[in-house]
Design a protein around this ligand. Structure first.
Ligand code: SAJ
Length: 426
């Protein structure tokens, strides 16, 4: 089939490239001329392992082209952002705009699939929009006859840094507006997915995606709450979690400086918005994870203030390990808040950033490399568990004051709070 992927971001572009690799002709649509031009040159505007080579290859073979305009195709995949508003209410306007752009070119036999994380009911909104804009077509769910088009919801569940692998290997939940729609959409995913394609209804598939990320958020909140409790009780949370996880039915996740990224910290709110009074746990988990950021800021602030003149290195700005994605990153918020206060005393180590984000401008904080930090800084704040940090041997950090929010250095000696004596806070 000819495929049209609307939205060429972190999900749309890798999906477009993988579908093209399987031999389909793919037209990718984006609102940004710059993005369109970059892709048509065979280059990419986002960072993801091995994506550059793949895009270069499929553009070179003429299988993937990018454009500003939607055109006729057999399958349409919508992968545009669904942000939330000031009161955490989901904003599906990009999804509806994408659907509106598809409606005029829809023809009999076409399949339209929504992949964007969306509140329950959004796929039905697309159905209603098509019915309104195309009274000439038989729309599934609204006709007793065999419908002319198929409409389905299929969330992506790929992990940044492993997107190309997970796009083909993960199982997919594929929810049709009708069972026939689901079957048609499954047929499309089977072209490039090696994992199982499981057919369901659209509303269940929408909820499944939200539930997966809310599940993780709630579990990380448990770990983050434990870390604050352990801190208060003078216990090493990492030791306690390690031991508890020896129980065959316990698997506590890792505490950190908060939850970042564009999914786990966002999607739970979509469930809360649909059922505000029935979601005390999900809402509280969000509060715990956001609160952990401020706990880390307060604790780091206290530590730095207690050591006037000591030089501080913040290790990491990314939202998680080994990626160069700094959006919605707790580490970045912690480092920037401290940089505004401690200015020249603060240095930032981020091997995945060529320059510091804009909010560091004018703070006086500078970017240094890991070697310099280990030689020149007295206080090390571990904010991201990049492998490069994890691998620093004890000998190189023995005399440092360490605040290890990720638990990457369990062998760091606990000691007095004086510079040179060594101290490990968790
Ligand atoms: N984190 C912790 N402790 C942990 C695990 C994660 O503090 O034990 C933090 C990370 O440091 C990061 C945040 O949580 O700041 C999220 O990281 P992540 O690796 O858990 O997830 P994401 O946001 O990269 O991707 C998630 C994945 N969802 C699940 O694992 C249920 C991915 O499969 C989804 O496709 C993606 O969200 C998405 O797009 O929705």
């Amino acid at each position: 089939p000819d495929v049209c992927v609307v939205g060429l971001g972190y999900i749309g572009l890798p999906t477009a490239a993988i579908v093209a690799r399987s031999g389909c002709r793919v037209r990718g649509i984006d609102v940004s001329q710059k993005v369109v031009d970059t892709i048509n040159r065979g280059e990419i505007h986002i960072e993801e392992v091995d994506l550059d080579g793949l895009v270069h290859a499929v553009v070179g073979r003429g299988l993937l082209t990018a454009s500003l305009e939607v055109a006729s195709a057999d399958v349409f995949v919508i992968a545009v952002p669904t942000p939330f508003g000031p009161n955490h209410e989901p904003d599906v306007s990009y999804v509806l705009t994408a659907a509106r752009s598809i409606a005029p070119v829809l023809k009999q036999g076409d399949i339209v699939i929504l992949e964007s994380t969306s509140p329950v009911g959004t796929t039905e909104q697309i159905r209603d929009l098509f019915a309104e804009m195309r009274p000439d077509l038989k729309i599934p769910g609204l006709t007793r006859d065999t419908p002319d088009v198929s409409i389905a919801y299929c969330p992506e569940r790929v992990l940044p840094g492993r997107i190309l692998h997970e796009l083909t290997e993960n199982d997919r939940s594929i929810g049709g507006i009708t069972p026939r729609c689901a079957r048609k959409a499954v047929g499309f995913y089977k072209i490039f997915v090696r994992g199982q394609c499981i057919a369901t209804d659209a509303r269940s598939a929408e909820m499944t995606k939200l539930v997966e990320n809310a599940y993780r958020d709630v579990n990380i909140a448990f770990a983050n709450e434990l870390s604050i409790v352990a801190d208060r009780m003078g216990l090493d949370v990492w030791e306690v979690i390690k031991l508890a996880n020896r129980h065959p039915r316990v698997n506590i996740l890792s505490p950190g400086p908060g939850v970042g990224g564009h999914c786990i910290a966002v999607d739970p709110w979509f469930i809360v918005a649909s059922a505000p009074t029935e979601t005390p746990l999900i809402r509280t988990a969000r509060g715990v994870n956001d609160g952990k950021i401020h706990h880390v800021i307060a604790k780091a602030d206290e530590l730095i203030a207690a050591h006037p003149g000591a030089r501080v290195a913040a290790l990491g700005l990314a939202f998680k390990a080994n990626i160069d994605d700094f959006r919605e990153s707790p580490a970045r918020l912690v480092a920037a808040t401290l940089a505004r206060k401690y200015r020249e005393r603060m240095s930032i180590v981020e091997p995945y950033a060529t320059v510091l984000p804009r909010e560091f401008e004018g703070t006086g904080a500078t970017q240094i490399d890991l070697d310099e930090a280990l030689e020149e800084c007295d206080i090390l704040l571990v904010l991201v568990d990049h492998d490069a940090f994890r691998q620093v041997p004890l000998a190189e950090r023995a005399g440092k004051i360490v605040y290890d929010t990720r638990g990457i250095w369990p062998d760091q000696p606990k000691g007095g709070a004086e510079v040179g004596e060594g101290l490990r806070l968790v």
